[in-house]
Design a protein around this ligand. Structure first.
Ligand code: GDP
Ligand code: MG
Length: 163
C-alpha cells in the first residue's frame, strides 16, 4: 500500500483515538488475515487535497510482561516492514516508560521517517512536560490531543512533508 502511515506505541497511549480522528468516517477495514495482522485496522485520511492510508497497529492481548515486550517488538517490526512513515505515539500524562525506550531503540535504527508524537496534551500548558520526550532520541515531540483534536492539523501538515 503506497503512502501508508503506521501508528505505533504501547497500549493506552491513544493510538486508536488518533486513528479514528485521522480517518473519521472514511474508515475502511481491509485486513482480516491470520496472525499478526488480525488486529490491525486500516483507514484513509484526506488532508489538503492529498490522501494517505493509516494503520492502527494495536490490539495485542498479552498476559505477562515478557510476552508483552515481544508483542510490542513484533508490532514495530511489522509496521516498519510495510509503512512509509511511522507515527510513534507516547503519552504525556505518564511520561517516558521502559516500553517507550524499547520502541525508541528500534525506531532509531530504521531508515523510515519517524514522527514522535506526544499525545494527551489537552491544553497548551501541558506541552511543557512533553519536552522530556526529546530524550528518546527521535527529535522534538509533536504535541497533540487525539481526544480534542488539538495539534492534529500541524501534525497532518508535517506528515504530508514526509510522505
Ligand atoms: P490505544 O490502546 O493506544 O489504542 O489507546 P486508546 O485510543 O484506546 O486510548 C486509551 C485511553 O486514553 C482512552 O481512555 C482514551 O480516551 C484516552 N485518550 C486518548 N487520547 C487522549 C487524549 O488526547 N487526551 C486524554 N486526556 N485522553 C486520551
Ligand atoms: Mg487501540
Amino acid at each position: 500500500m503506497a503512502n501508508l502511515v503506521a501508528i505505533v506505541g504501547r497500549p493506552n497511549v491513544g493510538k486508536s483515538t488518533l486513528f479514528n480522528r485521522l480517518t473519521q468516517s472514511r474508515r475502511a477495514i481491509v485486513s482480516d488475515t491470520a496472525g499478526t495482522t488480525r488486529d490491525r485496522q486500516y483507514g484513509k485520511c484526506s488532508w489538503n487535497g492529498r490522501e494517505f492510508s493509516v494503520v492502527d497497529t494495536g490490539g495485542w492481548v498479552v498476559k505477562s510482561d515478557d510476552i508483552f515486550e515481544d508483542a510490542i517488538r513484533q508490532q514495530v517490526r511489522v509496521a516498519t516492514d510495510e509503512a512509509d512513515l511511522i507515527l510513534f505515539l507516547v503519552d504525556n500524562e505518564t511520561g517516558i516508560t521502559d516500553w517507550d525506550e524499547d520502541v525508541a531503540k528500534i525506531l532509531r535504527r530504521t531508515k523510515l521517517p519517524v514522527i514522535l508524537v506526544a499525545n494527551k496534551v489537552d491544553n497548551s500548558g501541558e506541552s511543557y512536560s512533553a519536552a522530556e520526550f526529546y530524550g528518546l532520541g527521535l527529535g522534538d515531540p509533536q504535541c497533540i490531543s487525539a481526544a480534542t483534536g488539538g495539534g492534529t492539523g500541524d501534525l497532518l501538515d508535517l506528515i504530508l512533508t514526509k510522505l
